[in-house]
Design a protein around this ligand. Structure first.
Ligand code: CP
Ligand code: NVA
Length: 309
């Protein structure tokens, strides 16, 4: 594995290995074990868009592992004044051991990776959010004991987070129901790729427009914002289309009693999810957010940890 730009850069074995490594690192942090697996290693973190969880979890992950992280706001770099991506990639590759990037357009990270001689990690693009999904699989495994025979239902927009979830579920053989309104389905090429992975893994990926039918007997309900970063001018239209897809107490009641409700955050209370559900007993949203830290560590070790790759 050279880069982590898409979940499909990983094999199913890689994915399982990263989740297991995250479990081990989580335990080590809880026990207060001092780790220096990334001593003398540096991570550049380029952000073209805002971030709380991804930025802070990557930075703390590097500190906890004995390494160093540099937060680089796109507009503070010469990139913001038009220095080419390919020059920036070649220069940073000479300084740091890996680069994580949050970009508006997925093509930006692909171009950067083409010229980078160090691993590039997708910290979110308009197409995928692979690091999020690795943390989410860890959360599902912790709560449900396994990733097999767990009915996971995505409700809402077929966005970047949904695309990465579809790829991960299809790689490792999960059951995933995707409930999105017409016109807001996940990316077609990703769905095709997922179908071919599912043939191999035995995954069951089902598309069900009706959110009530989709969540029947669900073990996991997962939602995300209706308007992702960069889509702000579509907000009014999106609220109209997505209203039947709100994750509220009524919808959650169609699922199993012990259903867990997930959201990658930040959430818009009263839009895709209600206050009562976020704060309710089925919500695992803040454990999910914590797991970003443990997952980032495992990703970093797999890519640049000498003992692990
Ligand atoms: N879930 C997530 O990626 O959050 P941030 O935008 O705060 O990084
Ligand atoms: N789909 C959201 C995820 C934010 C972490 C967005 O792209 O804005």
């Amino acid at each position: 594995m050279q880069h982590l730009i898409s979940i499909s850069d990983l094999s199913s074995d890689d994915l399982i290995e990263i989740i297991e490594l995250a479990e081990k690192l989580k335990l080590e942090r809880y026990k207060g074990v001092v780790t220096d697996y990334l001593k003398n290693k540096s991570l550049a973190m380029i952000f073209e868009l805002p971030s709380t969880r991804t930025r802070v979890s990557f930075e703390v992950a590097m500190t906890d592992l004995g390494g160093h992280a540099l937060y680089l706001n796109w507009s503070d770099l010469q990139l913001g004044r038009g220095e080419p991506i390919k020059d920036t990639a070649r220069v940073l590759s000479r300084y740091v051991h890996a680069v994580t990037m949050r970009v508006r357009d997925h093509s930006t990270i692909l171009e950067f990776a083409e010229y980078s001689s160090v691993p590039v990690i997708n910290a979110l693009s308009n197409l995928e959010h692979p690091c999020q999904i690795i943390a989410d699989l860890l959360t599902i495994k912790e709560y449900k004991g396994s990733l097999e025979d767990v009915k996971v239902v995505w409700v809402g927009d077929g966005n970047n987070v949904c695309n990465s979830l579809i790829l991960a579920a299809s790689l490792i053989g999960m059951i995933l129901i995707v409930s999105t309104p017409k016109g807001y389905e996940p990316n077609k090429e990703i769905v095709e790729k997922a179908k071919s992975f599912a043939k191999e893994s035995g995954a069951k990926i089902v598309f069900e427009k009706n959110p009530v039918s989709a969540v029947k007997d669900a073990d996991v309900i997962y939602t995300d914002v209706w308007t992702s970063m960069g889509q702000e001018n579509e907000k009014e239209e999106r609220i109209k289309v997505f209203t039947p897809y709100q994750v509220n107490e009524k919808l959650v009641n169609y699922a199993k009693d012990d259903v867990i409700v997930m959201h990658c955050l930040p959430a818009h209370r009263g839009e895709e999810i209600t206050e009562a559900v976020i704060e309710g007993s089925n919500s695992v949203i803040f454990d999910q957010a914590e797991n970003r830290l443990h997952a980032q560590k495992a990703i970093l070790l797999k890519l640049i940890g000498d003992e692990y790759n």
